[in-house]
Design a protein around this ligand. Structure first.
Ligand SMILES: *[C@@H]1O[C@H](CO)[C@@H](O)[C@H](O)[C@H]1NC(C)=O
Ligand SMILES: *[C@@H]1O[C@H](CO)[C@@H](O)[C@H](O)[C@H]1NC(C)=O
Ligand SMILES: *[C@@H]1O[C@H](CO)[C@@H](O)[C@H](O)[C@H]1NC(C)=O
Ligand SMILES: *[C@@H]1O[C@H](CO)[C@@H](O)[C@H](O)[C@H]1NC(C)=O
Ligand SMILES: *[C@@H]1O[C@H](CO)[C@@H](O)[C@H](O)[C@H]1NC(C)=O
Ligand SMILES: *[C@@H]1O[C@H](CO)[C@@H](O)[C@H](O)[C@H]1NC(C)=O
Ligand SMILES: CC(=O)N[C@H]1CO[C@H](CO)[C@@H](O)[C@@H]1O
Length: 489
């Protein structure tokens, strides 16, 4: 059982003098984790036919399968190993550390893709050109990190606890082979990794100085496209034999293409590469994806949301068919940030896999310029977070500016929305995770009475079917199941 799992591997550090201007080391970081996971009345799938049945159950319109099979909650605790790569410039550790969290289908090499190297390497650019230190990790359950029970254990909240534990160790200087104690840490995610970075800042706003959420929106309505389009089958049956049944992977290149690449956006050899080096997803991850972004977020630091125009899982293939009042589907993320004005960028023509498409230089450079514009360049010291009213809960929120208003102190929110959330902004900056969480509820409540933050798990069909955040906010209750700190264990 998870609670008795014991791993004894010590941190393994290997310095490799890469030809370029950086030093990298692969690490195994032991972590103690605990999270309140969903207990699902769901058998582990063992055949491709069962996997397809599971996907058909999961993606059924008008249903929220996760909630239908939810049989309560259970706290999962244990010791795990996280596989990670730390890089710093030859000149030594930067002041600012970027923590990079990959999404479904990949491992940490998503940030340093060894294809036509270094053309698709975010790390190469972040460290060599921009001077940051970077820390990329294999998500819990994936790659060289500890694997686990694919239904009850490897779920969103336990993975977020791993991100918490890693961030704390990096801030405290607890990882012995990394000499620097980082005071300033920003989090960059892709897809499911963006959801984790989002939830980290919702639960522990003090652990991050800024976030960039790539391949992301708050609209869960389109996740069934991803599930159905992925052509998922049983991973061990497919030959991924370091994984057990209950881990699922795309059977074909076309499944990977559908979910990650837009027409004309990639060299065909890279599709083959991504397929051959792909990593699976657990049933438990698919049962809990989407739920974590339903949690409101009192984070006061700068937030960038950057998503490909033709992203399938988060935009249904067209980010520019937004709900009324927004420039894009991802721009509606502003609703969830009452204390900061977010910046949103839509990468023209790109699909979901931003780092592995031709447009990656655009994506990378926007992430770097965003952090620089918000006082978080590699050499920044004394980063401060300034709370400012976002537009969450406004009856007709202004579209967040796409030109860098985040952190400028010049919110674009209409006055009516500002007054609704102003009372929360003072407390949130210094509040602990628990205080921040409880202060979020009244703020959101007064700004948007009855706002439905979606079901705890599943895809947000609940709110999708009710017409989205702006229609029929009927069932919101301040007592969000994951709100009070006790419920987070
Ligand atoms: C880290 O591990 C990866 C995967 O095994 C390997 O390709 C890479 O060369 C290693 N890097 C270092 C710095 O040892
Ligand atoms: C799919 O749902 C049906 C009930 O609708 C259930 O009997 C079956 O066990 C489920 N199968 C899987 C693999 O989830
Ligand atoms: C990287 O991209 C540049 C510009 O498109 C190209 O000239 C170069 O050949 C590429 N490098 C590799 C190793 O493919
Ligand atoms: C950072 O803050 C410290 C303590 O408040 C101060 O001594 C130092 O001068 C500041 N550094 C910069 C670059 O502002
Ligand atoms: C705030 O932004 C608006 C709209 O972009 C601009 O007109 C105004 O000058 C800005 N105010 C400040 C103080 O920067
Ligand atoms: C998702 O986006 C679509 C298209 O803009 C919109 O109709 C729907 O209301 C949105 N749903 C949510 C939950 O935001
Ligand atoms: C929390 C939530 O939205 N639950 C809904 C899940 O789906 C069932 C059936 O469609 C609804 O009755 C629940 O309200």
């Amino acid at each position: 059982m998870p609670s008795t799992m014991k791993y004894t591997a010590a941190a393994i550090a290997t310095f490799a003098g890469l030809a370029s201007a950086r030093q990298c080391q692969n690490l195994t970081v032991p972590v103690e984790l605990s999270a309140r996971n969903g207990k699902f009345n769901q058998p582990v799938t063992t055949t491709d036919i069962e996997v397809t049945n599971f996907i058909l159950n999961l993606s059924q319109q008008g249903h929220n399968y996760s909630m239908e099979i939810l049989d309560g909650y259970q706290t999962i605790s244990g010791s795990y190993d996280i596989a990670a790569t730390y890089c710093e410039p030859d000149s030594g550790a930067a002041n600012v550390l970027q923590v990079l969290t990959h999404g479904i289908g990949f491992d940490r090499s998503y940030w340093d893709v060894p294809f036509n190297y270094p053309n698709y390497s975010y790390v190469a650019e972040a460290v060599d050109q921009q001077g940051y230190s970077t820390f990329s990790w294999d998500r819990l359950g994936i790659g060289m990190s500890s694997h686990g029970d694919p239904v009850q254990e490897i779920q969103a909240y336990l993975e977020v606890d791993a991100l918490r534990a890693l961030t704390e160790q990096l801030r405290n200087g607890d990882i012995s082979s990394i000499s620097k104690k980082f005071d300033t840490v920003v989090h960059i995610g892709h897809s499911f990794g963006s959801e984790h970075s989002y939830l980290l800042t919702a639960m522990y706003p003090e652990l991050s100085d800024g976030i960039a959420l790539t391949g992301f929106s708050h609209n869960g309505s389109f996740l069934p496209f991803f599930e159905l389009g992925g052509n998922f089958v049983d991973a061990p049956n497919l030959g991924l034999d370091s994984y057990v049944h209950g881990y699922l992977a795309p059977a074909t290149e076309s499944g990977v293409q559908t979910n990650f690449f837009s027409p004309g956006s990639f060299p065909p050899e890279l599709l083959t590469f991504a397929t051959n080096n792909g990593q699976p997803v657990t049933q438990g991850e698919l049962l809990t994806i989407g739920g974590e972004i339903g949690v409101p977020n009192t984070f006061c630091g700068p937030v960038l949301v950057i998503t490909g125009e033709r992203d399938v899982p988060y935009c249904g293939g067209d980010c520019l068919s937004p709900p009324t009042g927004y420039d894009s589907i991802p721009a509606a993320a502003q609703e969830f940030f009452p204390n900061t004005v977010i910046e949103v960028d839509i990468v023209p023509g790109a699909g979901h896999g931003l780092n592995i498409e031709y447009s990656h230089p655009y994506t990378y450079s926007h992430i770097f310029s965003f952090f620089e514009a918000n006082g978080l360049s590699a050499s920044a010291t004394n980063a401060t977070k300034t709370c400012q009213p976002g537009s969450a809960g406004s009856a007709s929120p202004a579209a967040p500016s796409a030109s860098g208003s985040a952190g400028s102190g010049n919110g674009t929110a209409p006055a009516s929305a500002s007054s609704g959330v102003a009372s929360a902004s003072g407390a949130a900056g210094s509040a602990s995770a628990s205080a921040a969480a409880s202060s979020a509820a009244p703020a959101a409540s007064s700004a948007a009475p009855g706002q439905q933050y979606g079901q705890e798990y599943g895809h947000g069909y609940g709110w999708g079917h009710k017409g989205g955040p702006k229609g029929g906010w009927k069932n919101w209750e301040p007592k969000h199941p994951h709100g009070p700190p006790a419920a987070w264990n």
